[in-house]
Design a protein around this ligand. Structure first.
Ligand code: NAD
Length: 272
């Protein structure tokens, strides 16, 4: 696994495992367990996914089994927009549901100008109290919207998590946030459920995959890594979970990276 050092000094894995759309606790626990067993150390959940408890149980299980220690695991969760009014309770509720003493990274799930500054300030307070190690944002797509939040708060966001994949490469936001030491994290790194075949079968991607004897999913995930994005693919299929972390044994050439940059359409798959 490779790591990035966040602007808080925390070390964060460059690839993680996302648990969106896995509301079934057993399926969530099995997939997180498979992921940690094969080497993932970053788990991405959210209050709105309804599976923070399952993620927390699973983390306790892998610690109890001696597979990892708490400080080897990086846990991200997100504050949902309807909680921004009751923000301090929302931070504590996520900690309690996860059953952890602290959360490695908490991010606001969406921009919401009427009260996201106050919600972010509650996370800043929780950093001071040792409850959160790093804080950041998700779904801020305009530089001026990101700056609105940054200019009204004290701690620079460690990370911005936005929809990012070869058809929506987020280059403008990635370079804009770099001035704050903020890194980009890709959600829908493979295009998201229902859209993956569109990317997997894109001629540029499948040709590069064939040239390396890798799958299209692996080429896309390797592209995220080399483009400087943290990626958090999701899957409940153990074979895919394993396949997605076998991306550290090959490298895309500068020409291949340029070919992939050229297929950007600046188009999101999600409508939010
Ligand atoms: P993804 O791009 O990871 O795609 C998931 C789909 O790809 C699933 O259908 C899965 O079965 C399939 N897949 C995964 N690996 C595969 C492989 N090797 N071969 C074939 N198919 C494969 O999309 P996602 O899971 O929706 O997003 C990843 C994570 O991003 C989520 O789990 C969540 O943590 C986060 N997320 C955040 C937001 C946000 O608003 N901040 C929104 C969506 C997702």
């Amino acid at each position: 696994m490779e790591f990035v050092t966040l602007n808080t000094g925390a070390k964060m894995p460059l690839e993680g495992f996302g648990v969106f759309q896995v509301p079934d606790p057993k399926e969530c626990e099995d997939s997180v367990y498979s992921a940690i067993k094969v080497g993932y150390r970053l788990i991405d959940t959210a209050r709105i996914y309804g599976n923070e408890e399952a993620v927390g149980r699973d983390i306790q299980r892998v610690i109890d089994e001696g597979i990892v220690t708490r400080d080897e695991i990086f846990v991200t969760t997100k504050m949902w927009t309807s909680d921004y009014d009751d923000r301090e309770a929302a931070v504590q509720a996520s900690i309690d549901r996860l059953g952890l003493d602290y959360i490695d990274l908490m991010i606001l799930h969406h921009s919401q100008p009427e009260n996201d500054v106050q919600a972010y300030q509650a996370m800043e307070k929780a950093v001071g109290e040792g409850k959160l190690r790093s804080i950041g944002l998700s779904n801020y797509y305009e530089p001026k919207d990101f700056d609105r939040l940054v200019n009204a708060t004290s701690i620079k966001p460690a990370l911005l998590q936005n929809e990012t994949h070869p058809y929506h490469q987020s280059k403008e936001m990635q370079s804009h946030i770099a001035q704050y030491g903020t890194v980009l994290e890709s959600w829908f790194p493979l295009g998201g459920r229902g859209n993956t075949q569109t990317l997997f079968n894109a001629p540029t991607i499948s040709a590069i995959a064939a040239a390396h004897g890798k799958t299209s999913a692996q080429v896309i995930l390797r592209w995220h890594l080399q483009a400087g994005n943290i990626a958090i693919p999701g899957s409940s299929n153990p074979d895919h979970i394993q396949e997605n972390c076998e991306i550290f044994d090959f490298e895309l050439s500068a020409d291949e990276m340029a070919q992939l940059t050229a297929i950007d359409k600046n188009e999101c798959f999600a409508d939010y």
